[in-house]
Design a protein around this ligand. Sequence first.
Ligand SMILES: *[C@@H]1O[C@H](CO)[C@@H](O)[C@H](O)[C@H]1NC(C)=O
Ligand SMILES: *[C@@H]1O[C@H](CO)[C@@H](O)[C@H](O)[C@H]1NC(C)=O
Ligand SMILES: *[C@@H]1O[C@H](CO)[C@@H](O)[C@H](O)[C@H]1NC(C)=O
Ligand SMILES: *[C@@H]1O[C@H](CO)[C@@H](O)[C@H](O)[C@H]1NC(C)=O
Length: 462
Amino acid sequence: MLTFLWKFTNFYFFIISCCLLTYVTLEDDSDIPAIAKYFNTKGRYEEVNPYLIDDILAVNRSILQPPSAQCQEIHLSAIIRHGTRYPTTKHIKEIQQLYNIVLRNASGEESWLREVQTQWTMWYTEDMDGRLVQKGVDDLKHLAVRLSKLFPSLISEEKLRGGLIKFITSSKHRCVNSTLAFKAGLTELWAIKDKEFDHAVNDSLMRFFDKCTRFVQEVDNNPSAVVEVDKFKQGPEMRRVQEKIADRLRVPYSLITHDMTETAFHVCAYEFAIKAVNSPWCQLFDDDDAKVMEYTSDLREFWKRGYGYDINSKSSCILFHDVFNRLNKAASDIKSGQQVSEAVTVQIGHADTILPLLTLLGFFKDSDALTSTNFATQTERSFRTSHMLPYAANLLLVLYDCGGGNLRLQPLLNEKPVTFPGLSDQQASMPLYEDVREHYRELLHGCDFETECQLFKQPTEV
Ligand SMILES: *[C@@H]1O[C@H](CO)[C@@H](O)[C@H](O)[C@H]1NC(C)=O
Ligand SMILES: *[C@@H]1O[C@H](CO)[C@@H](O)[C@H](O)[C@H]1NC(C)=O
Ligand SMILES: *[C@@H]1O[C@H](CO)[C@@H](O)[C@H](O)[C@H]1NC(C)=O
Ligand SMILES: *[C@@H]1O[C@H](CO)[C@@H](O)[C@H](O)[C@H]1NC(C)=O
């Protein structure tokens, strides 16, 4: 048994060190596309936290800074996006079309173009359909290990074995596999071989966007809901990008549609996220082009999941209440002198799960809406999916017991403290739990999923 454990531990370290090597080679900047920070929801988590490029398991506990040394973490709710995935079938078909054009119609002597034409192969196949890739498995395993280092008293072997860590996932294969990967990160860390840990599949909670009739009809399946996106795609900024790409490929402008342009941008992003390569496809874009592409995607997210329509965020009422119910339960356990029965809840879903909730809570709200005509004045916007929602993005809510009946709640996005917008507290990054509840009082007393999701109102712009 000892020998076995020893081998197992060795194996684990082998995995870690092999991955570290991969990341170390990435330190050579030329392996990172210059435009990698504009990849929206197709971005790599390491771009959001660049210190991870050197050490994927690095954690800095001093970012937590509780107001007094007395404060102890008692509950963590972690809402996590799945890890890096393959393109969906629809995107794979588009990549094939674009590749055909570059093969048949493009000309020129640039080395990157020749590389695409003679060395790059169309390795994506339709059956890959959005599945989690190996890098995505690693994303979640590494996140699990980092969170256990950040919150050692909550994400501990004892708590896991004691059933105090609960796992809930969306039914989508990439989410279920991400959940398995997160659990594997912990069981491998602690070399647990004698026990398996359950997870619950709950789409009402993690895919609420599919179940909210009003959202589905008025926004998700309603082409006119994204009229600003269509206008931007027809507008001067996007036209300029299309022309530059056509010029770089030496093909007629008519051959490069805005959809082709988006596809080319996706290929660069996927090649980097999945294979960690700076693909020759990336040479189709300069920094200015990439900013236009990033805005297009942010514009779509704004109108489909963000502040564009009230129902976008209201569709997450069920998750909002679920999270606060868990926090309340932990708070009341503590107040009645009991052990907290659910120390950690790990909930794995989608970008579409996290963005409506962030919006409901008021995060990343700019003074102006994102529209087809204000690209130039929105360069400093806070609504930036490249920062908010890379693969394995996570919203953490950490409840602390600071003694004397004082509970505090700290929100973190992607392992960095954030402050609840509009909460005027000097210790806003770790406000009193009571103040947070007061701040969201209206939502806590309303925000009823069934009521909000009924079909009876017109979409309201904010
Ligand atoms: C850790 O975080 C603290 C507080 O933000 C910062 O002052 C310190 O430089 C960080 N340490 C490292 C090694 O990054
Ligand atoms: C692109 O190449 C294909 C195959 O050679 C050809 O049939 C088509 O006419 C070309 N399109 C344009 C716009 O040049
Ligand atoms: C995801 O899970 C399925 C079913 O368990 C498995 O067949 C597949 O290999 C997994 N994929 C990855 C990347 O782990
Ligand atoms: C899913 O979560 C919701 C909200 O917490 C809960 O009411 C429901 O019972 C759960 N469904 C399943 C199948 O566990």
